[in-house]
Design a protein around this ligand. Structure first.
Ligand code: HEM
Length: 142
């Protein structure tokens, strides 16, 4: 389309810009395949309830590809990953690897660079939230 259409599209919902719900579903599927195929990440995932994880992930993905400026309504990233951090040494590098697989999954489906950058920019604050110690940690560990 014209440059004007392109500019308008650039402001539209991420879900539409990435190609709709079917594309997001495929991205998540490829992402999961990559996560579970990784010899390090599988040590955190092998004993998790896959269905439970997928349900959480689905909620997160609708937020991730949803309208800008909405807070994520799920539970604290710190709390969600705390046991993995404390008991199995889940690290920022592991989290980065997960984000890299997500980026790869988007690349595999031909997502444009701007879309990938926006998605990763939206994901990044979760990494800080995940690895910043909180006064609540002691209560969670008890
Ligand atoms: C929740 C593992 C990376 C976002 C969880 C849970 C586990 C987990 C075990 C807990 C599920 C439960 O409540 O029982 C991992 C592993 C990763 C990883 C092994 C390896 C890289 C990421 C990344 C993101 C992310 C990169 C996004 C930026 C979330 C979200 C939840 C979650 C949104 C659900 C929180 C809620 O309950 O609302 N993850 N995670 N995770 N993770 Fe991760």
């Amino acid at each position: 389309g014209s440059a004007i259409n392109a500019a308008a599209e650039a402001r539209g919902p991420l879900l539409d810009r990435v190609g709709g719900p079917d594309v997001v579903r495929k991205v998540v599927e490829i992402f999961y395949t990559k996560l579970y195929a990784d010899p390090r990440l599988i040590t955190f995932l092998h004993d998790q309830e896959m269905m439970h994880l997928r349900a959480k992930q689905a909620a997160f993905m609708s937020w991730l590809f949803g309208p800008a400026g909405q807070p994520y309504a799920g539970k604290s990233m710190r709390v969600a990953h705390l046991r993995l951090i404390k008991e199995r040494g889940f690290s920022p590098a592991d989290f980065d690897l997960g984000m890299r697989y997500f980026e790869e999954a988007m690349s595999d489906l031909g997502a444009p660079e701007v879309i990938k950058q926006e998605v990763l920019r939206r994901m990044l604050p979760f990494k800080d939230a995940c690895f910043t110690p909180s006064p609540q940690d002691a209560a969670e560990e008890a």
